[in-house]
Design a binder for this molecule. Sequence first.
Ligand SMILES: CC(C)(COP(=O)(O)OP(=O)(O)OC[C@H]1O[C@@H](n2cnc3c(N)ncnc32)[C@H](O)[C@@H]1OP(=O)(O)O)[C@@H](O)C(=O)NCCC(=O)NCCS
Length: 182
Amino acid sequence: MINYLIKTGRLGLRNWLASDTAPFVTMGQDSKVMRYFPELLTEADTIALINNLKKHYEKYGYTYFAMDELASGEFVGFTGLKYQTFESEFTPSVDIGWRLKRSAWGRGYATEAAKACLDMAFNEFGLDEVYSFCPDLNKASEVIMKKIGMTYLGTLQHPKVANDSRFKHCVVYRSQKPEDRS
Ligand SMILES: CC(C)(COP(=O)(O)OP(=O)(O)OC[C@H]1O[C@@H](n2cnc3c(N)ncnc32)[C@H](O)[C@@H]1OP(=O)(O)O)[C@@H](O)C(=O)NCCC(=O)NCCS
């Protein structure tokens, strides 16, 4: 029996399982999925990322969660929250992020899962604000930020990809705990 930490109408979000490695490796080697990242992920990169996300879950109680389509039980990618410490005027802070395998795109899954994660951030974890960052070229991701009610804050030259002129120009959005909005 799978222990989902969040269930939406169509999706289950949970901690990472060994069975996620193979489909996540495939996602990391799909050039369309990784179009807005400087490099594809090797198998070792993906395993290290999963370990990092599991450790993050143990420490904070949330992470970029592995995500299943409930109807099929199939792993479709991740959506979740992560504490970010890269240097910028918007960090350290918790961000919300998503990455889905291509066959799961275009169904509103990222939007559905992200709404539930924001709800969890404010109501379960008592966070005051959540940020989201993406290269300004990544319009699908920016649309999700808007659709889940986040507010545009400005731009950021992302230090993790400072040498990559394609992806270093990022947009920054923020969502605040409902009663903190003014
Ligand atoms: C970003 C990603 C999760 C979006 O998946 P998705 O299934 O299309 O997401 P959703 O269906 O929930 O919503 C995306 C919205 O963006 C819109 N959209 C998609 N591509 C677009 C584009 N090029 N320009 C403008 N809008 C676009 C969609 O129409 C949809 O809006 P709608 O529901 O009003 O039609 C998916 O493309 C992905 O996994 N990409 C690779 C990983 C990634 O880039 N992650 C973000 C890193 S910062």
